[in-house]
Write a protein that binds this ligand. Structure first.
Ligand code: DAH
Length: 344
């Protein structure tokens, strides 16, 4: 009768062979059961240890244990191999196929136009200033010499916040609102800084307008303010002309029309004409408001209006972008349809 010791080696060989060649996870589990499961042949061998003569038991026990460790290692190795195999693609890979391209993002057309305008003004010494979009009535209106009964202050036209500004005395002046124009930043800058001042202020503004092709409840403006000694309307005109030509080409023509703003005197509207406006079916297009800073505004910020003079302007960025790119609906800027945005 072959001894137990002699049986170990052939069983070990067969078990290893079956595990290593298991074609799939199910076959591997079966092999495990066949050999080292509760009813496996190797397990049975261990159970027979007790029937060996005492002096043979340690050697046989050691051999069986070694074999069992080997079998468990083989099982784990094959399991990993099979898992890897299962994770591989079923079809052969064509490594010569072109890769999946990622398109590069770009700046929103309004950001591009704003950047260009800022660049033009920087050439002539202007710096960018900023102010809050949640503004108080004082900075948005009163300090700009805009009386309490002015239509722009009507609840029909302006988004007021229900909460008053807690940091301020509770007067009407400090009612909070979404700024209706960037002109409020003129005041904020002059309050903090002595002349000379040369700033531009790009930023978002809000009005209670219903959206249509030329209106949107939020849009962007650029404000400009220049304060120094002896500033004239000629400086204003020259500056506006320089910037628009820099931006839209040398054949741009500018025209000033008398107008009224409470914070400038005299005040003008700026019309502009170019091949682009003609393409849009109009010779002259109104583009901005401007004027010489009203003495009362200087007094409100503590500048001596006998010493200092200046001009200010404000225009809509969308308007410029629409002319520049031939866009006929302002809402396109805010829908963020990639088919539109990718064109710029
Ligand atoms: N704030 C005016 C608006 O929103 C534009 C404007 C007009 C700004 C005249 C100015 C100015 O600085 O002097 O329509």
């Amino acid at each position: 009768m072959p001894s137990l010791l002699d049986e170990i080696e052939p069983l070990r060989q067969s078990a290893l062979a079956e595990m290593r060649s298991a074609p799939d996870p199910a076959a591997l589990e079966r092999a495990k059961g066949n050999w080292i499961g509760t009813h496996g042949k190797f397990t049975a061998l261990m159970k027979q240890l007790g029937s060996l003569p005492k002096e043979d038991r340690p050697a046989a026990g050691r051999r069986i244990n070694e074999a069992k460790i080997q079998l468990e290692a083989a099982l784990a190795a094959r399991r990993q191999e099979l898992e890897l195999k299962a994770a591989l693609p079923k079809d052969p890979t064509d490594f010569t196929l072109p890769g999946r391209g990622r398109s590069l993002g770009k700046l929103h057309p309004l950001t591009q136009v704003t950047d260009d305008i800022v660049r033009s003004f920087r050439k002539i010494g202007f710096v960018v200033a900023d102010g809050p979009e949640v503004e108080d009535e004082y900075h948005c209106f009163d300090a700009l010499n805009t009386p309490a009964d002015h239509p722009a202050r009507d609840t029909q036209d302006t988004f007021y916040l229900t909460k008053p500004d807690a940091s301020q005395p509770s007067t009407n002046n400090h009612q909070l609102l979404l700024r209706t124009h960037t002109s409020s930043v003129q005041i904020r800058v002059m309050e903090k800084q002595q002349p000379p001042v040369r700033i531009i202020v790009p930023g978002r503004v809000y009005r209670r307008d219903n959206a249509d092709a030329t209106h949107n409840p939020t849009f962007q403006q650029i404000e400009g303010l220049y304060v120094d000694k002896g500033v004239t309307v000629g400086d204003l005109k020259g500056t506006v002309e320089f910037v628009f030509r820099d931006l839209l080409g040398n054949d741009v023509k500018i025209r000033f029309r008398p107008h009224y703003f409470s914070y400038t005197e005299p005040s003008f509207e700026i019309d502009f004409s170019s091949p682009l406006t003609r393409k849009m079916g109009q010779e002259w297009l109104e583009i901005a408001g401007c004027g010489m800073v009203h003495p009362q505004v200087f007094e409100n910020v503590g500048y001596d209006s006998e010493v200092w003079s200046g001009w200010a302007f404000g225009f809509g960025i969308e308007r410029i972008a629409m002319i520049r790119y031939g866009i006929n609906d302002i809402r396109l800027f805010y829908e963020n349809d990639l088919r539109f945005l990718k064109q710029f």
